[in-house]
Design a protein around this ligand. Sequence first.
Ligand SMILES: *[C@@H]1O[C@H](CO)[C@@H](O)[C@H](O)[C@H]1NC(C)=O
Ligand SMILES: *[C@@H]1O[C@H](CO)[C@@H](O)[C@H](O)[C@H]1NC(C)=O
Ligand SMILES: *[C@@H]1O[C@H](CO)[C@@H](O)[C@H](O)[C@H]1NC(C)=O
Ligand SMILES: *[C@@H]1O[C@H](CO)[C@@H](O)[C@H](O)[C@H]1NC(C)=O
Ligand SMILES: *[C@@H]1O[C@H](CO)[C@@H](O)[C@H](O)[C@H]1NC(C)=O
Ligand SMILES: *[C@@H]1O[C@H](CO)[C@@H](O)[C@H](O)[C@H]1NC(C)=O
Ligand SMILES: *[C@@H]1O[C@H](CO)[C@@H](O)[C@H](O)[C@H]1NC(C)=O
Ligand SMILES: CC(=O)N[C@H]1CO[C@H](CO)[C@@H](O)[C@@H]1O
Length: 312
Amino acid sequence: MASAKPCALFHLLICIPIMALALDDHQRQPPSFPSLKRTSHTRRSVPSEGYYDPSSNGGSMLTIVDGTFPPGQGEPLNIIISGNSDEAVLKDQETDGGLRNYWLSFDYAGECLGQHAGSEQAANLGDNNGILNETDEIRYDYNDPQLGTCTETIQGGGHFRYWTQNGPGANSGAIFMASSYELPLTDGHDIVSNGYNLGRDWIIGNITQTNIPTLNLTNSSYSGTTSYGGYTYSTTVKYVTGLLNNTSVGINHNLTVMTSSSNATDGFVAVLEVKITEKPANSADLLIPFFGWQLPPLLPLFFATILPLISL
Ligand SMILES: *[C@@H]1O[C@H](CO)[C@@H](O)[C@H](O)[C@H]1NC(C)=O
Ligand SMILES: *[C@@H]1O[C@H](CO)[C@@H](O)[C@H](O)[C@H]1NC(C)=O
Ligand SMILES: *[C@@H]1O[C@H](CO)[C@@H](O)[C@H](O)[C@H]1NC(C)=O
Ligand SMILES: *[C@@H]1O[C@H](CO)[C@@H](O)[C@H](O)[C@H]1NC(C)=O
Ligand SMILES: *[C@@H]1O[C@H](CO)[C@@H](O)[C@H](O)[C@H]1NC(C)=O
Ligand SMILES: *[C@@H]1O[C@H](CO)[C@@H](O)[C@H](O)[C@H]1NC(C)=O
Ligand SMILES: *[C@@H]1O[C@H](CO)[C@@H](O)[C@H](O)[C@H]1NC(C)=O
Ligand SMILES: CC(=O)N[C@H]1CO[C@H](CO)[C@@H](O)[C@@H]1O
């Protein structure tokens, strides 16, 4: 198939981003690389629900936010990707149909040009990892995986922070997401009215191509399929109660988010079970587009360091 020459070029393309990482370790980790954050050394053991309730082991379904008024308010972890999902989907990577490719399948991507615009939040998932900062913040990409999250940063829109429950005390591998819908940057990125419940339901609505009745939710199930990079995902969503309270008390921005018909958090968590139903025939063909977005900023590096070597 591939002769030696294109193959060498191919390896070069893979090496450039890695070299860039080694050269500048202050730079934020590019989205297509597996997380360097804490990984678990215990075996995954998944209960039938697909996750462990953080509050049963000292954790909470509310995030920890610095500097709230009054102090101690948090944001709801209102979406869980179940540990019963396919193993590949639970891996924090864009390759091989991983988590970041799944998010791209419904138009959510890493932050604008790798820059972090929001403030850090932390969470304790009750897995004995203690309180950890968010793994990353993921934004609606306005159907443009390269630059769309820049639009979200400026115009506002859907976004979420996430953590993985993989500590030794409760290693389900489930992904906990704090989703909301925020106002434009000029309004200080506050959350829109009913923005936690709507943020959750618009994500679920986009995955399942269904209008989720936010004000009339029951323990319903929804399902749908999404695709990106040759992978097709089948998602089943169950709305569950009992993890979050139906309340505005203790919820960040509660005064502006709550409405006369809904508390800041309505007490529902959407639990997603995700299965890969189609894979690309030859995943190697897809690697170039995966790295494509990183090439423009790396071109000067390429010309400065690699080209002289090649022309020797
Ligand atoms: C967590 O984020 C805060 C900023 O909110 C930062 O000061 C702190 O160093 C971070 N902790 C770790 C372990 O990265
Ligand atoms: C899809 O997401 C957009 C933007 O967040 C939202 O306006 C729209 O209502 C969502 N669609 C559904 C069916 O939920
Ligand atoms: C939803 O399911 C939970 C158990 O998961 C149950 O406690 C609750 O009563 C149910 N609520 C409704 C509205 O059916
Ligand atoms: C729900 O309310 C109960 C009783 O007030 C409290 O103990 C619990 O921590 C609350 N849970 C969450 C996730 O806020
Ligand atoms: C909000 O939650 C409180 C309990 O904290 C409850 O009394 C009130 O009825 C709820 N409001 C709505 C609109 O659901
Ligand atoms: C908002 O949350 C704070 C606690 O964080 C609570 O004191 C206040 O009563 C809440 N406001 C409403 C309207 O629920
Ligand atoms: C929240 O609690 C209030 C008061 O009990 C109730 O009227 C409302 O239906 C509840 N909302 C949800 C989404 O369960
Ligand atoms: C379709 C439906 O039942 N809609 C209802 C949802 O809840 C709101 C507010 O409680 C009602 O006004 C709607 O009729």
